[in-house]
Design a protein around this ligand. Structure first.
Ligand code: MG
Length: 267
């Protein structure tokens, strides 16, 4: 099932079952998406897409694609490199990514497959990881490189946690619809030009390894979003570098998972 969280025309916040054949409306879901749900006959028009979940934590992986690690000139990690992104940075499909008035000028895109945890996970073995995954969505790990790396002395969390720096969606695809999350084409498209074009099979640590490893150091609560890293082709490693500008349109496209599109605007 494709599950969206959205605002209806009357401003009601709802969960719905989404059918790409009928992209303007959704059938209302009742219940708890982390427990039992029922899809009702009632349909509502989608006014605004919201992020599919409001996460208790956003955990992100750095340097998890072989070719991206190479382009950044950093040595391959021996264990998953993890950082936290502020939950206040989430926004939905169609919402503008705001170039912060605080000054970072090197705002970059990162197309990522996001995993959404379905039930509390702690010390989970690789073999059991599937029981804890609710589904997947597209995410953009927007990053102000000048704050992430240079100006603020490698404060990754600050550079990646500005408001609107974590677009997610448009919908959550439940795991039963994804045959193999470790073989999905991942792309970013900036103003119609393909910037990243890779496959989750280039991940250093696959999804079972990531979740098993992270669950050793922290409890993964239902709704936790894990950004699994970005492939090569990000803006700051290009020559000349490419950074997001007012008026740009950036899309994260992942086969079988969806297309997340956001305009870029000045705050
Ligand atoms: Mg990233």
């Amino acid at each position: 099932m494709k599950i969206i969280r959205f605002l209806s025309q009357s401003g009601e916040e709802l969960y719905g079952a989404f059918d790409p054949e009928m992209p303007d409306e959704a059938r209302i879901i009742e219940g708890d998406i982390f427990g039992d749900i029922a899809v009702t006959e009632r349909a509502e028009r989608i006014e605004t897409f919201l992020p599919p979940v409001f996460p208790p934590n956003i955990i992100a992986l750095g340097l998890n694609y072989g070719k991206h690690a190479e382009e950044t000139g950093v040595k391959y990690p021996e264990i998953p490199v993890m950082f936290l992104k502020a939950t206040s940075s989430v926004c939905g499909h169609g919402a503008p990514i705001l170039l912060p008035s605080a000054g970072p000028s090197e705002v970059d895109y990162e197309a990522e497959l996001a995993v959404i945890i379905g039930k509390e996970a702690k010390n989970v073995s690789r073999e059991d990881v599937g029981k804890y995954v609710l589904g997947y969505t597209c995410a953009n790990d927007v990053s102000a490189r000048d704050w992430q790396i240079h100006k603020q002395k490698k404060q990754w969390a600050r550079g990646k946690s500005f408001d609107t720096f974590c677009p997610m969606g448009p919908y959550l695809v439940t795991k039963d619809e994804v045959a193999n999350a470790n073989r999905l084409r991942v792309r970013s498209i900036l103003n119609g030009e393909v910037m990243q074009d890779s496959d989750t099979s280039d991940m250093f640590f696959d999804i079972p390894a990531i979740i098993s490893n992270l669950s050793c150091s922290m409890t993964l609560l239902p709704g936790t979003v894990i950004l699994t890293g970005t492939p090569e082709g990000v803006g700051f490693t290009r020559n000349p570098p490419v950074f997001l500008q007012d008026g740009d349109i950036i899309t994260v496209s992942i086969d079988n998972i969806g297309e997340l599109t956001n305009p870029v605007k000045r705050e």
